[in-house]
Design a protein around this ligand. Sequence first.
Ligand code: SER
Length: 318
Amino acid sequence: MKNILVIGATGQIGSELTMELRKHYGNSNVVAGYIQSAEPTGELKESGPCEVVDVMDADRLAELVRMYNIDTIYNLAALLSVVAESKPQLAWKIGIDGLWNVLEVARENNCAVFTPSSIGSFGPNTPKVKTPQDTIQRPKTIYGISKVTTELLSDYYHLKYGVDTRSVRFPGIISNITLPGGGTTDYAVDIYYAAVKGETFVCPIDQGTRMDMMYMPDALRASIMLMEADPAKLIHRNAFNIASMSFDPEIIYHAILRRKPDFKIIYDLNPLKQAIAESWPDSLDDSCARAEWGWYPEYDLERMTDDMLEKLSIRLNK
Ligand code: SER
């Protein structure tokens, strides 16, 4: 990877991945691609090139790839699961019409492509515990349907045209910097904000509903490690299960309670989020990622909770 374009560089993952890539590959070699309505600010804006690009605009994409001699594209444009349910056609247009544009420009310009998949690519008849790498994927959400299509189309471009496509199935991502927007796993970020602000947390997901989660530094490491991996060792490509922790609201609540003894949680379920969460796995088996490119997580729930509370207290001045 020498010249990198991040599409969706101001989003939940993009805003931090762009900065991490700039650290690794040099500020001027990582272009932050953003849509007009989500302009970069602060360090992201100041530290390197920023360009307007909508994944649905194939001409602009091709122009940028040529202008910056791009060899790797991180395509992070997507709507998260809950918001996608209210705009299914737009979710498909961004996720799949956009992906065609990315894959075509990659084929023409010999770029590697990373387009994340998700735990949302699984469905209610997927084995729930230690979900295998290769298993039934019959998601019931438009988010999941577009992620399964992303996996298949990315593999197709690799097989048919030799495009170097690689990807992971992200769990819910937890970060103390950029907030997620409209996802099913957002509660696991919101609960830390409530704890640090001294508020009672109103949880939209029920006790006992487990989902896989990951701390942002591990998600960033995985995204870079996979794109750097020796292609000869990759049996799979789109997309690898990766895992670091699995919990339900009570488990994360108690992890926080041990550090903030006055913290309170009440439950007020969001039926859409709850139904989506119940259709997703409890935990993923990530042994293929470990074997094929050496994946391992650095954060478990305890280490993440220490770090989240410390960083958020500083940032929120609490
Ligand atoms: N975090 C995503 C969501 O909740 C899942 O990949 O929609």
